[in-house]
Design a protein around this ligand. Sequence first.
Ligand SMILES: [Zn+2]
Length: 121
Amino acid sequence: MDEFFMEKAIKLAKLGEGKVNPNPLVGAIIVKENRIIAQGYHEKFGQPHAEINAIESSRESLKDTTIYVTLEPCCHYGKTPPCVDKIIENKFKRVVVGTLDPNPLVSGKGVKNLEKMELKY
Ligand SMILES: [Zn+2]
């Protein structure tokens, strides 16, 4: 199922194409018992990141959910506070990340901040 949801997150990420430059395209999906309960993507440069959009659009409790993010969540202050803090705060059961961030400010550090993070693909 991980592949299935990650694929969906990647499709979602592409909706931001042409609007988030120079930021990368990112999609996030929150899954509870194999059901998507919330999703988000990075819609526009300077606006909240995908993870935050997904977290904030959820109308259900995030307890025991898995979040799929196409890119490692950021851990530094840019235009927005670090997403990794928000993810830790919400105590996801699993965090599945598609790829590490190529930005040297972030790469691998977001992952280190998350105990339960799983790197896939
Ligand atoms: Zn972020």
